[in-house]
Write a protein that binds this ligand. Structure first.
Ligand SMILES: [Zn+2]
Length: 332
């Protein structure tokens, strides 16, 4: 069942199903969340949180440290808040907001004013965006969100199984009313007014199998959400040594990311989607932009995006929105 069913407005749930016969095969990629809603999830009027707690455990991609994560329901307007349970309160609380991005080098790290960090938040953030969770407390007993299989599939699946409950406060989507563009050389992110949620993405790794990929993704389509959720992170084999030398990917393995060597994939599991690389870049973008605290209603066009540009775009859009909302100053 792929389609959204619209029924009563106050209740909704998710169904999970395997890929239809004939779809891409292989490992965890076979289990992809197929989302069926009892309510139109495209632009729900009210905020949501989880119905019950959800737990994950695994190693961090960059730190290699084992961490346990517990997602707990939160009240309306609480937003997404990380809490380092291995450190003492109150300095262990880190809000998921663009202002707290401290590092966006091969992953997004949030740091609070006390200098306490949580790393590689983007796939969990993307899962919360894709499932429409506005408010949640994320308890974590270490420095980095587990990489799991390198995708957001497990996060989306578990959140979907837990279910969501609607809160009494209205959502605050960021509605794009003007064209804005953030660029860094040939990389760019442009947003334009549009009635729905569209993500257009272009990537170019012309020197290897990945090649050029361009996608237009309608986030209001449950099948698109399933493709995004199952797309794994990736790197090229010739980058691995440099990343290791930089103290990164200590937890990296073929079980938690695609490694491309020239014109071949080194993983035993085949690609889950012909466009898995572009889909993963879109997933990262969606996760980073969810630091805005709600869905972006508009058309997002990203050319060769990365965490640095994504998080800069999030901060820029937040500041632009704040300026728009400021009352006009009275002239003397
Ligand atoms: Zn990623």
């Amino acid at each position: 069942m792929n389609a959204i069913r619209t029924r009563k407005k106050s209740v909704w749930s998710w169904n999970l199903a395997r890929r239809p016969a004939g779809g891409p095969k292989g490992g965890v990629g076979d289990v992809v969340p197929r989302l069926t809603s009892e309510q139109d999830m495209r632009n729900p009027a009210f905020q949501r949180t989880l119905k019950k707690t959800v737990e994950f455990a695994g190693v961090g991609l960059h730190s290699g440290e084992a961490c346990r994560v517990v997602l707990t329901p939160a009240s309306a307007d609480a937003g997404i808040v990380f809490q380092r349970t291995d450190l003492a309160a109150p300095d262990n609380v880190i809000a998921a907001i663009p202002e707290n991005v401290a590092c966006a080098n091969h992953g997004t790290t949030l740091t609070n004013e006390a200098g306490v960090s949580v790393a590689t938040v983007e796939h969990l953030m993307a899962a919360l965006a894709l499932t429409g969770v506005d408010n949640v407390t994320v308890d974590i007993d270490g420095p980095e969100i587990p990489i799991l299989d390198g995708s957001a599939a497990a996060f989306v699946t578990e959140i979907a199984q837990a279910g969501l409950s609607e809160l009494r406060s209205r959502r605050r989507p960021l509605v794009i009313t003007e064209t804005e563009r953030v660029a860094d050389g040939e990389r760019s992110i442009k947003v334009e007014p549009h009635a729905g949620r569209l993500v257009e993405i272009e990537i170019d790794f012309g020197d290897c199998l990945i090649g050029r990929q361009a996608l237009c993704l309608d986030l209001d389509d449950p099948a698109v959400i399933a493709r995004l959720a199952s797309a794994r992170t990736f790197c090229r084999l010739n980058e691995v040594e440099a990343l290791r030398a930089a103290g990164l990917i200590r937890g990296g393995a073929l079980s938690n990311g695609i490694v491309v060597d020239g014109d071949r994939v080194l993983n035993e599991e085949p690609l889950r989607d012909p466009a898995e690389f572009a889909l993963h870049k879109a997933l990262d973008l969606i996760g980073d932009l969810y630091l805005l605290g709600g869905p972006v209603i508009g058309r997002i066009h990203a050319v060769k995006p990365g965490h640095d540009l994504n998080t800069r775009a999030a901060l820029y859009l937040k500041q632009a929105q704040a300026e728009t909302r400021q009352p006009a100053r009275a002239t003397a």
